[in-house]
Ligand binder design. Structure first.
Ligand code: DC
Length: 250
C-alpha cells in the first residue's frame, strides 16, 4: 500500500481528548491526502441537540437510546465544507454552544447509544470507499480498530485549555476547565482515550505548532503505508496551504 495511491483504501483513525487539536489536524490531513473527513464528536453533539430540542429527558437512558436510533441526522464528509443537518436544519453552530457541550456526556456515556452511533460511523467509513480520516475518542479502538493508521493525539492539560480558550475567544465560558477536563473525565469512564493501545501511535502535540502536528501525522501515515520500506517515502501532494497564523498551536 502507498499513501499516494488515490484508489487504495486509506483509513486514518485519530483519537484524543478535548483541545488536543485533533479536529483541525484531521481536517488538514484529509485535505493533503484527498480523503473524506468524519468528526464523530459532532455526531454525539447532534444527537444531544436533538434530545434537548425534542424534550427527551437526558437522564432517561432508554429515551436517549430511542432518540439516537431515530435521529434524522445527515453528516457530510467534505473536509472543506462542514455539513451537519438534523431534520433538515443546519446545526453546526448550535452543537458547539454551551447548552449542548454541558449535556453531551449524557449521550456519550450511554453505552447502547454509542453502539448505534458506532454502526452509523462504520457505515460512513464504508461509504467513503474506506478513504477517510475519522476522529473521536474510540475510533482507534472500537469504530475502526482495523484502520490503516491509528494515532492517539495528546497534549498537556495546560496546552489543551489554552487552545480551547483561544478557539472560543470571547465566547469562552467561565467554566472552561469543567468543560474540558470534566467532560474528558466523564467520557473516559466508558472509553479509553488516555493511553495508546497496542499498534496505536502516540503523538504529543503540546510543544508542536499545528503545521508540525500535521507533518507528524503525515510521517506516521507514510511510515505505516509504505510497503516498500525503502526509506525514501514520498510526501503527499502539498496543497501549499500554510497553517494560518491564528490556527497555530500552542
Ligand atoms: O470532540 P468533541 O468535543 O466534539 O466531542 C463531543 C463529545 O462526544 C465529548 O464529550 C466526547 C464524546 N465523543 C465520544 O464519546 N466518542 C467519540 N468517538 C467522539 C466524541
Amino acid at each position: 500500500m502507498n499513501a499516494r495511491d488515490t484508489n487504495a483504501r486509506l483509513v486514518i483513525a485519530i483519537d484524543g481528548p478535548s483541545g488536543s487539536g485533533k479536529s483541525s489536524v484531521s481536517k488538514e490531513v484529509a485535505r493533503r491526502f484527498g480523503l473524506a473527513y468524519l468528526d464523530t464528536g459532532a455526531m454525539y453533539r447532534a444527537v444531544t441537540w436533538w434530545c434537548l430540542e425534542s424534550g427527551v429527558d437526558l437522564d432517561d437512558a432508554a429515551a436517549v437510546v430511542a432518540a439516537t436510533r431515530s435521529v434524522p441526522l445527515e453528516m457530510g464528509t467534505d473536509p472543506d465544507e462542514e455539513r451537519i443537518l438534523v431534520a433538515g436544519q443546519d446545526v453546526r453552530a448550535a452543537i458547539r454552544g454551551d447548552r449542548v457541550t454541558d449535556h453531551v456526556s449524557a449521550v456519550s456515556t450511554t453505552v447502547p447509544a454509542r453502539e448505534v452511533l458506532v454502526r452509523m460511523q462504520r457505515e460512513i467509513i464504508r461509504e467513503s470507499g474506506n478513504r477517510i480520516v475519522a476522529e473521536g475518542r474510540d475510533i482507534t479502538t472500537v469504530v475502526a480498530p482495523d484502520a490503516d493508521v491509528r494515532i492517539l493525539l495528546t497534549a498537556s492539560e495546560a496546552a489543551r485549555m489554552a487552545r480551547r480558550g483561544r478557539q472560543l475567544g470571547a465566547a469562552a465560558s467561565s467554566n472552561l476547565e469543567a468543560q474540558v477536563v470534566g467532560r474528558d473525565a466523564k467520557d473516559s469512564t466508558v472509553v479509553n482515550f488516555t493511553s495508546a493501545q497496542d499498534g496505536v501511535h502516540l503523538l504529543d502535540s503540546s510543544e508542536l505548532t499545528m503545521e508540525q502536528t500535521v507533518q507528524g501525522v503525515i510521517d506516521l501515515v507514510i511510515r505505516d503505508t509504505d510497503t516498500a520500506h525503502d526509506g525514501a517515502a514520498e510526501a503527499p501532494d502539498d496543497t501549499g496551504a500554510a497553517a494560518p497564523e491564528e490556527a497555530r498551536q500552542p
